[in-house]
Design a protein around this ligand. Sequence first.
Ligand code: ZN
Length: 283
Amino acid sequence: MDRIIKAISEDGFVSISVISSKDISERARVFHNASPVVTAALGRTLSAASIIGSSLKKDGASLTVRIDGGGPAGIILVVSDYEGNVRGYVSNPDADVPKRADGKLNVGGVVGNDGLLSIIKDFGAKEPYTGATALVSGEIAEDFAAYFASSEQVPTACAFGVLVDRDRSVLAAGGYIVQLLPGAPNELIDRVEKNVEVTGAVTDVLKTGGAEALLESIMLGFAPKIIECLNVEYRCTCSRERFLAAVLSLDKSELDDMKTAGEPIEVCCQFCDAKYVFEPAEL
Ligand code: ZN
């Protein structure tokens, strides 16, 4: 079971959320039949969205992340509920690019870096909050760090990784977001950065020690207190009613054409395996 662990340093200046998201990433890979590099791009985005979504703290709220970097993968769209359950979609799941010189999957290459990372926080009644920032590298974690720095003015370090096996299945996935709270002494930044450097690749730590080991490694010397643990999963919220409402919101002329054709209308969810069939009479 995937989970998020949230903790805060003893002095209250450093907060961290760590996620293990192997099952979420694997579910996304299987559903989209994604190439290894797209699995990594999608898994990283799902991990980040899950952590940020789980901090919305309002029943029914949701978070949408949209990354449009102009690369072969096309647009990545990920939605999280307020408890960190996520679903995701990518325009071209079978897109592929050669590996980087260091042998790693070239996530920045498949995502591209000519475009925006946009985040929409929807709390229901009020206007949704929207923020966007230019992509830095398309490697996802760097792009989220830039988002936090520019849109929310919070010093943030984050890392996300997805380790894909030879048979394309996900071996390990997850990451962290660590933030300095207002009033934090400058020297704490250096200590966090040192821990980040020593920790290295997040998937190596996750594979052997899980989310706990990753949290301990990043928060070494900060005496972290765990404040919350959440189970999270790949979860779609689609339903027959929602799709019927979407079909009914089409142009009147389109609806009339469908009724005249007299054929059942089949609609497939882009986030999960669900398929809904509507008879012309229902329209
Ligand atoms: Zn669905």
